[in-house]
Design a binder for this molecule. Structure first.
Ligand code: DP6
Length: 354
């Protein structure tokens, strides 16, 4: 597919003032996106798949007002306070997408946004915020083109969200979502995400995700910088091959319903992501001592109890614990008794189903 498929070609005609509101969930990748093409905009070097998460989301209100001068004009408010520090990223996003949404230049925009979780804490706040903003913009486009079809709306929203933050393109859909071209996944592509198109065993339709906030301060390594470092990481090629193989393995695991295999795969993916971060130049360490305490406690507990509880990580110190809903009562009890002391906060979330 060519990117010009997403051009908005017509002249605009719309109410001069208005407000659109959208909500978008955060997501946690099972197979991680880490590394993007050097000379292309937001094109991943391997395909990734994530679960969108219930309870952790961003709500964005986009207020637009017609203006005379044709330039981009945006103000951003986060949880009621103006945030000029968010402007460079948002402006870059608007610049990138204005090519596909020419109408943006006719308005002044005020973005009002809030999260249900701490921003820059390792929970993908850029994913849910960029995707909710992309959905808002598509709502404006829908006002311009009444006949706009639902699947085009979502595809273009995902395409736009990707230009804001790669993982954001997966937050457009609930459930399991794939982004990046993979030979075994029909319809998968680098420009926008798609809902996972194959059979999923019922065990994977009700998974809890308890998020252990180990560190609620902004991340030291920003993803965008981390991705770039993959271009010179000596292990990068092997990593991309491995991610590709893991996707094939995951397709059969999701069909068969083997939770143990699933868990081992996601833990391996999480640790591989951190191995890449640790072996980049400059190198970083995103885990904190309590991240390791949690991981060790999870492994010990699993060995003794034979329970299905596995972890995954983003590019931060926090830990996501994934387990089937059937185990919720006993595992939550164990989390609060054995892991609570390692955490700043615990967020009881769950994986949304398709
Ligand atoms: C570790 O999507 O935040 O969460 O495209 O530069 O905005 P940019 O990066 P971002 O990277 C997310 C990386 C990850 C893994 C994942 O979500 O797949």
């Amino acid at each position: 597919m060519k990117t010009n498929f997403f051009f908005y070609k017509k002249k605009y005609s719309i109410d001069p003032n208005g407000i659109v509101i959208c909500k978008s969930y955060s997501n946690i990748a099972l197979i991680k996106y880490w590394g993007k093409h050097n000379n292309k905009i937001q094109i991943p070097l391997n395909s990734s798949i994530s679960f969108s998460l219930g309870k952790v989301y961003t709500v964005t209100r986009l207020i637009y007002k017609e203006k005379k001068k044709m330039n981009l004009s945006v103000r951003v408010f986060f949880s009621g306070k103006e945030k000029t520090s968010f402007l460079p990223k948002i402006l870059e996003f608007f610049h990138r997408i204005s090519f596909y949404c020419s109408y943006l230049r006719y308005f002044n925009f005020i973005i009002e946004t809030y999260n249900t979780f701490p921003h820059s804490s390792g929970i993908a706040s850029s994913a849910s915020s960029m995707s909710s903003l992309a959905l808002c913009i598509m709502k404006i486009e829908k006002k311009l083109v009444y006949s706009l079809k639902e699947d085009f709306f979502l595809r273009k929203a995902s395409f736009l969200a990707r230009l804001g933050s790669g993982s954001a393109c997966r937050s457009i859909y609930p459930g399991l979502v794939v982004w990046g071209c993979h030979q075994s996944i029909k319809g998968s592509n680098n420009l926008y995400a798609i809902p996972y198109p194959y059979e999923v065993h019922s065990i994977f339709t009700k998974i809890e995700d308890t998020i252990l906030i180990i560190d609620d301060k902004p991340k030291k390594i920003l993803s965008t910088k981390g991705h770039k470092l993959m271009n010179h990481n000596p292990y990068a090629r092997e990593r991309f091959k491995c991610a590709n193989k893991n996707m094939n393995r995951l397709i059969s695991i999701l069909k068969i319903g083997d939770f143990q295999e699933f868990g081992e795969l996601i833990e391996h993916e999480a640790l591989t992501l951190h191995a890449m971060i640790m072996t980049s130049r400059p190198y970083f360490l995103c885990m904190k001592p309590n991240t390791l305490n949690v991981i060790q406690t999870v492994w010990d507990f699993r060995k003794n109890s034979k329970k299905n509880v596995y972890f995954t990580l983003d590019a931060g110190a926090n830990v996501h614990l994934l387990y089937p809903i059937q185990e919720k009562t006993s595992i939550l009890k164990w989390i609060y008794s054995d892991l609570f002391s390692y955490c700043k906060k615990i967020i009881e979330s769950f994986c949304l189903s398709n």
